[in-house]
Design a protein around this ligand. Structure first.
Ligand code: UD1
Ligand code: CA
Length: 449
């Protein structure tokens, strides 16, 4: 059945003590709202609408960067979750099938759980995601009668008896689109918070003789972020799971607690990751590659047999083919490095293509930026770049060409050529020692210290 996704992200998140909208805080290297977008993707939603309020332009930018087809709905004043959903009505006008509502501050909902909810719709008009809370605190309580969900009561409005219920509302809810908006039209704000509660649609549906059901998930999945402390706890929980999963999948981590993963880090079987490695978003490391200690990778792809680090930095667009070597204090950005090429020491390779088997000596720098534009450097297969060569882009060094150490290369070098771009050495016999003697004498006579 077709489904559309609504993400509620208009909340101010004032308890974060931050100028940044709450849903833009990073968890596992990715904004909270992006986690919700990715979870919903499992249902292949036909439309995605994100309801934004506080910091709306900033939130919209992040949303569209993740999913350019996502629509943005504005809720300038936060009058409650039902009111928030209502803001998505126009964007979904005429859309067939279901809507599923997720919160932008609840990052751990698993795709499988959403699939279960979708499946449960076969049996119920409305499906709510619930969980058994160890400490139900201020969550909304699910009032059930056997398998049937009768209504949801918000903590603030609950009686002592209702507060004793431990089955809680996660906030995720799924129903036919037209029905959802129809029910929301009937929601009032006569409650303890003076808000339009989305949760009221359950009672309204039951009064119309419709059925509601609960899909249960683990409490850890529904963790919502309201404070910095909760964000830090969520990060720790994520990292613990990511490390355990990596080990489970056959990755060698000699010091798991020191390795930081991102939400989408993908490590193949028999990868070796040494201590203190940080994976930012968008990294794939294929089977059998090694990432050595103290390296930082982001938006990079590392192929089989490649070795990265120690102390390497791979930035977005670093594409390493098989058996590439990227050594210590080397930075690679937006560069394709072909099979077996080596950049082993103290180099910067940006906006470049390095051919197979090329060797870049220590201190090679692609001078890619003229202060306004970025330019490309092309290095041919089997080329040998002498240590401390400055490659002033745009420039091309041909296949099997050489550059002399210390060269500043500003013109293309043909295949197989040797290019020297440096001052010629002058040697003055005896002058070094004479100069030193004179300086030492001056120091003794006190002329200069
Ligand atoms: C809500 C549920 C509660 C549930 C809990 C789970 C309601 C009435 N209550 O309570 O049953 O146990 O979540 O965490 O739905 N938002 C908007 N616009 C608004 C109000 C909220 O976009 O006008 C967004 C917030 O940014 C947030 C989400 O909706 O992402 C939930 O809102 P919040 O105020 O945190 O609801 P709770 O009181 O936690
Ligand atoms: Ca909340």
């Amino acid at each position: 059945m077709a489904v559309s996704q609504i993400i509620l992200a208009a909340g101010q998140g004032s308890r974060m003590q931050s100028d940044l909208p709450k849903v833009l805080h990073l968890l596992a290297g990715v904004p909270l709202v992006t986690h919700a977008l990715r979870a919903g993707r499992a249902l292949a939603p036909e439309r995605v609408v994100v309801v934004v309020g506080h910091g709306s332009a900033q939130v919209a930018r992040v949303v569209v960067a993740e999913d350019e087809s996502a629509q943005i709905a504005h809720q300038p004043e936060q009058k409650g979750t039902a009111h928030a959903v209502l803001q998505a009505r126009a964007a979904l006008e005429g859309q067939a099938g279901d809507v599923i509502v997720l919160y932008g501050d609840t990052p751990f909902i698993r795709p499988e759980t959403l699939e279960q909810m979708q499946a449960a719709r076969a049996a119920h008009d409305i499906v709510v995601l619930g969980f058994d809370a160890a400490d139900p605190g201020r969550y909304g309580r699910l009032v059930t009668d056997g398998d049937a969900l009768e209504r949801i009561v918000e903590f603030k409005d609950a009686t002592a008896e209702e507060r004793a219920i431990t089955l809680c509302n996660s906030g995720v809810i799924c129903a036919d689109r037209a029905l959802m908006f129809d029910l929301i039209d009937a929601v009032g704000n006569d409650n303890a918070a003076g808000e339009y509660y989305l949760t009221d649609i359950i009672g309204l549906a039951r009064a119309r003789g419709l059925s509601a059901g609960v899909v249960r998930c683990a409490e850890a999945e529904t963790l919502g972020i309201n404070t910095r402390a909760e964000l830090a706890q969520a990060e720790a929980a994520f990292q613990a799971r990511a490390r355990a999963e990596a080990l489970e999948n056959g990755v060698t981590l000699s010091a798991p607690d020191t390795v930081i993963f991102a939400q989408d880090t993908a490590l193949g079987r028999d990868c070796v990751v040494e201590p203190y490695v940080v994976f930012g978003p968008g990294v794939t490391v294929e089977s059998g590659a090694t990432v050595r200690a103290f390296s930082h990778l982001e938006g990079a792809h590392v192929s089989q047999g490649a070795v990265v680090g120690p102390y390497a930095r791979l930035r977005p667009g670093a594409e390493l083919a098989e058996d590439v070597r990227i050594g210590n204090f080397v930075e690679v950005k937006a560069a394709q490095i072909d099979a077996g090429a080596k950049v082993n020491h103290l180099s910067y390779v940006g906006d470049a293509h390095v051919g197979a088997g090329a060797n870049l000596g220590a201190g090679t720098v692609t001078c890619n930026y003229d202060g306004v534009f970025k330019h490309h450097t092309e290095i041919g297969a089997g080329a040998f770049i002498g240590s401390s060569t400055m490659l002033v882009a745009p420039v091309r060094v041909g296949a099997e060409a050489l550059t002399g150490s210390g060269s500043v290369i500003t013109q293309d070098v043909p295949d197989g050529a040797l290019a020297l771009g440096r001052g010629r050495q002058e040697t003055k016999p005896g002058l070094g020692k004479r100069l030193m003697d004179r300086l030492r004498a001056a120091k003794i006579s006190g002329k200069k210290d």
